[in-house]
Design a binder for this molecule. Structure first.
Ligand SMILES: Nc1ncnc2c1ncn2[C@@H]1O[C@H](COP(=O)(O)OP(=O)(O)OP(=O)(O)O)[C@@H](O)[C@H]1O
Ligand SMILES: [Mg+2]
Length: 312
């Protein structure tokens, strides 16, 4: 049985003068999905989320959220969603608890429930011991967790999160995602934009936006599997020389450096690994390891964007 979509856009379009920020977007999200929106800068991720949150007017097309029409029932939709903006959205001078209470008032959470909810969210976000600290004086990671806690105060079934972990250290990012995973397991529908491919990999489905359009939409496993080519990973202290040499070999599609590791996308892993080892040996370039590695979202993403750039 197929559920009724909880979010559905039909040819959703938003223009800013000549710019088609969102361009005839068809996006369907089922209840309970953890959906990752990725795409290069300016692809239209923020505009899409702001449209769905009722913060931007639609130019053309239509959308429904939680069964309500976005154009005519935006006020009803607001009670069903929690929206976290890409930029800082807290009250800097208010303390952690005051921010939570402010949002509780904003969303008409009744006074009896406020104490219980704020305590639960403080503990959920690991902020209990900082509850009297001003938002301004929290670390970046704590600010993001507080912003998420504020979007959860009215217990919305749908979360729209715009790059909620950008600029946050890896440990806080992981903690943040543990919270999202818990919410996902409780059945919350989450639409989250992210520049981090490891985060995209944690989603049940990923949509790639490019110039306002959704150019790919599939589970991460499928996106990784569809990538043309295989990945060869080389560790070498002489990675610059190795990179120069390898880039001239046939069958090499692209090379990325990660510290001293080279990630080489090739047409045929086994054949090219052999060829690369031979060439390195011939030029006396030593290496610690050379192996075929599993392709990751990062390679898939870069490869898809290259295809799109090439097609334009
Ligand atoms: N208020 C605005 N006025 C004019 N143009 C805008 C406005 N908001 C967005 N745009 C333009 O719309 C396009 C999409 O922008 P958007 O912010 O939605 O992209 P994004 O995918 O969120 O990018 P980023 O990854 O940098 O956050 C860009 O070309 C941007 O310059
Ligand atoms: Mg954005």
């Amino acid at each position: 049985m197929v559920d009724t979509p909880i979010i559905e856009t039909r040819k959703l379009t938003r223009l800013f003068k000549e710019t088609r920020a969102v361009d005839a977007l068809d996006l369907t999200i089922q209840p309970g999905e953890l959906f990752g929106l990725v795409g290069p800068d300016g692809a239209g991720k923020t505009s899409t989320l702001r449209l769905l949150a009722g913060l931007l007017n639609i130019t053309e097309g239509s959308a429904s959220v939680a069964g309500y029409d976005l154009a005519t029932q935006a006020e009803t939709i607001k009670s069903k969603i929690g929206y976290m903006a890409q930029e800082f959205s807290l009250y800097a001078k208010l303390s952690v608890i005051e921010n939570l209470l402010f949002f509780a008032e904003l969303y008409d959470v009744n006074t009896n429930q406020q104490k219980e909810r704020t305590e639960k969210l403080l503990s959920f976000a690991g902020l209990t011991e900082f509850k009297n600290r001003r938002a301004l004086h929290l670390s970046g990671g704590m600010q993001k967790k507080l912003a998420l806690a504020c979007t959860l105060i009215h217990q919305p079934p749908i979360l729209l999160l715009d790059e909620p972990t950008t600029g946050v250290d890896p440990v806080s990012r992981r903690e943040f995602w543990n919270i999202l995973t818990e919410l996902h397991l409780e059945g919350t529908t989450i639409l989250v934009s992210t520049p981090y491919m490891d985060e995209a990999d944690r989603c049940s489905r990923v949509g790639l936006m490019y110039e306002g359009k959704l150019v790919k939409c599939a589970p991460p496993r499928q996106i990784r599997a569809e990538i043309k080519g295989e990945l060869v990973e080389i560790h070498s202290d002489h990675w610059r020389d190795a990179s120069d040499l390898i880039s001239s070999l046939s069958g090499v599609l692209e090379i990325q450096t990660y510290g001293e590791a080279l990630h080489i996308l090739v047409d045929d892993g086994k054949k090219r690994l052999h060829q690369i080892k031979k060439a390195l040996k011939k030029e006396n370039i030593s290496y610690q390891s050379a192996r075929i590695a599993p392709t990751r979202m990062e390679e898939a993403f870069i490869s898809l964007i290259r295809q799109m750039d090439g097609a334009n």
